[in-house]
Design a protein around this ligand. Structure first.
Ligand SMILES: [Zn+2]
Length: 331
């Protein structure tokens, strides 16, 4: 479909997209999220990298031609939470590609404050692979999970896009990282990103039992769980006294039954986390730029293979971000 490039409004910038990255989120958008009306045809993709193409009124701190990556979190900047610097709690918080048209297109218009310089040593694909997953992992583990150096931290699920980011962030924050997953090859890859141990789940040995044994029946201080229905009640059972179970998604379903006795007796807490504030984004971006954290790409696809790229998201061995390159490299 040919549509004219969108025009940036005040405070906004138009970016010519060079690479976009899909997320598990995109599959939910396609399948439909109750309560979120989607305007059709819908453009997928939350993350993007590209070249600044046109400036809206009042934008002075960036120039056309600048190479950037895009933070896909959108906030109004005016509500009580934004005024306190808690942008991901914004009353009007949205994610590019989920609540709005996404990044897998030729041009996108975003607020200038959402742009960050693309580190010159990164490919376009790496720049598009970083923003969503690293900010999510950073806030969930550091701010919400209050992970402290020396504490044990379990990442539930070894593959996808989020776990490779969460393992690196947990390691960087000084945690003793253990990763659990069903696929031995993915667990092996995950260990190389900074985990101290990788445990393979079986029918006889679900992840709570594995973690309980690994920790010598002490439990885990911080558990990072994005699976939801399938794992959260078990994760709770693997929590140490005073531990924090941080839920960042519900890819396997949203409803769980938990045993409150486990929660209060261990004096644990069940916490939720989404995306990140501006300050948290800046902090994790600085770590990325310094090379302490590395964007992990599962696969990169040319523009005309977008449908195959999208299907790759559902593959059992996906590890890292699925990236779509747009347009010809010479333009
Ligand atoms: Zn707000």
């Amino acid at each position: 479909m040919d549509v004219p490039p969108p025009e940036p409004g005040p405070g906004e910038v138009r970016v010519r997209v060079r690479a976009a990255a899909f997320n598990r989120l995109d599959r939910f958008v396609v399948e439909g999220i109750p309560g979120i009306p989607i305007e059709l045809p819908h453009v997928l993709g939350s993350d993007a990298s590209g070249v600044v193409d046109r400036l809206g009124e009042g934008v002075t701190d960036i120039v056309p031609g600048a190479e950037v990556l895009v933070n896909p979190g959108l906030w109004d900047g005016t509500c009580e939470y934004c005024r306190k610097g808690q942008e991901s709690l914004c009353r009007d918080f949205r994610i590019l590609g989920e609540h709005t048209q996404g990044s897998a297109t030729e041009y996108i218009v975003v607020p200038a404050r959402n742009l960050h310089a693309k580190p010159p040593v990164w490919s376009w694909g790496q720049a598009a692979a970083a923003p969503l997953v690293f900010q999510t992992a950073w806030r969930a583990l550091r701010s919400v999970g209050e992970l402290r150096p020396g504490e044990t931290v379990a990442v539930i699920g070894a593959g996808g896009a989020l776990a490779p980011a969460a393992i690196q962030v947990a390691h960087r924050l000084g945690g003793r990282v253990v990763v659990v997953g069903r696929n031995p090859a993915k667990v092996e890859k995950a260990i190389r990103l900074g985990a101290e141990a990788g445990l393979v789940v079986t029918t006889e040995k679900p992840h709570d039992r594995l973690l309980w044994e690994w920790s010598d029946k002490r439990g885990i201080d911080v558990i990072f769980d994005s699976a939801g229905a399938e794992t959260v009640s078990r994760s709770l059972r693997a929590l140490a006294r005073g531990g924090r179970l941080v839920v960042v998604g519900a890819t396997q379903g949203p409803k769980v039954e938990i045993d409150l006795r486990t929660l209060f007796w261990r004096q644990g807490s069940l916490r939720g986390s989404t995306m990140a504030s501006r300050a948290e984004f800046d902090a994790v971006y600085a770590e990325l730029v310094r090379g302490h954290l590395l964007p992990i790409i599962d696969s990169e696809w040319e523009w005309d293979r977008g449908v195959e790229a999208f299907h790759r998201l559902g593959a059992p061995d996906v590890f890292g971000k699925v990236v779509l390159r747009t347009g010809d490299p010479g333009r």
